[in-house]
Design a protein around this ligand. Sequence first.
Ligand SMILES: NC(=O)c1ccc[n+]([C@@H]2O[C@H](COP(=O)([O-])OP(=O)(O)OC[C@H]3O[C@@H](n4cnc5c(N)ncnc54)[C@H](O)[C@@H]3O)[C@@H](O)[C@H]2O)c1
Length: 342
Amino acid sequence: MTAPPSASSPAPRPPEAVRRVACVGAGVIGGGWVAHFLARGYDVTAWDPAPDAEEKLRRLVDAAWPALEQLGLAEGASPTRLTVAPTLQDAVAGAEFVQESAPEKLELKRSLLAELDAAAPPGVVIASSTSGYPMSDMQGEAADPGRLLVGHPFNPPYLIPLVEVVGGRSTDPEAVAWASRFYEVAGKSVITMDRELPGFIANRLQEALWREALHMVANGEASVRDIDDSITEGPGLRWAFMGPCLTFALAGGEGGMAHMLDHFGPSLKSPWTRLEAPELDSALRDAMVDGCDEAAGGRSIAQLVAERDQGVIDVLRATGRLPHGGGRHTDRGDATVEGETR
Ligand SMILES: NC(=O)c1ccc[n+]([C@@H]2O[C@H](COP(=O)([O-])OP(=O)(O)OC[C@H]3O[C@@H](n4cnc5c(N)ncnc54)[C@H](O)[C@@H]3O)[C@@H](O)[C@H]2O)c1
């Protein structure tokens, strides 16, 4: 059941007319959102309570900017259009859209979203980057829960197109439709879900893979490097352009998915996967950290970020989701230009 739109809330500006975005929480994901919105030509105001937040945020934007230039900046896009506000209230005062990316703690999210709701102009949609909390569990303290919804991105939000949009029990369906359209205009690829599901879609799938990887390391069955290679040298190459269902349909040859299921269906019952999460004790933690250090082979996090960014851009370009040569200059409102990354 969804609550009816609150009669007192004015309609937000049309998604195409939005110029000012507020990002609250400016760590890995909030900073990534800031970089994305700046590259799309928005004025961005950010707020984060950490004393060194502004310095870190500007470093993140600077590190992302070369990749964003390759993707093609919107007309007038510039890191100088970022303002770091002294308070949460200042950050959202003139905002036409708010993206919350604070730590994944339920109580913190509940009170922060209520605070944002009290401070943001009436009617403005507020989205949470939460990785898995249903909005129904987070919107209870807000005076106008109808404008609160989930806009779940993938790291880094300035390169990975997908955003999963879903409302909670009290979210106005018009706010969900507005946000889905807004993200599209802002250059994202949107999946709008009509019901809440813990972990949404992609994180449920990622989590299943991740649990199995942790089990294999915990039991000494595979190294971190073997696990990563098994994906990057294997199914990961297909998944960049064809999802797990369609690629498995091709595993059935000319018989497609029907043959695939008839042939391999019985093996679904084989104990190939564990799925229950392993105990994340200190031995497993150390094995994962050491394994990642070994796999990084001396490369710093900054080097790995640059490598990842270039890799994603190369894949997007190779699969026709970027204009070749980059440098696309377009008005944000034209969301259907050739090569749009959706
Ligand atoms: N890291 C990922 O891959 C990923 C992907 C998708 C979604 N998310 C979600 O994004 C959100 C942020 O995660 P992150 O990885 O950026 O974490 P992070 O630790 O990198 O950043 C969190 C930031 O929030 C700030 N913060 C602390 N208290 C705050 C408050 N009361 N109000 C506003 N900001 C506050 C911190 O100072 C920090 O800069 C979480 O909900 C997470 O589940 C993370």
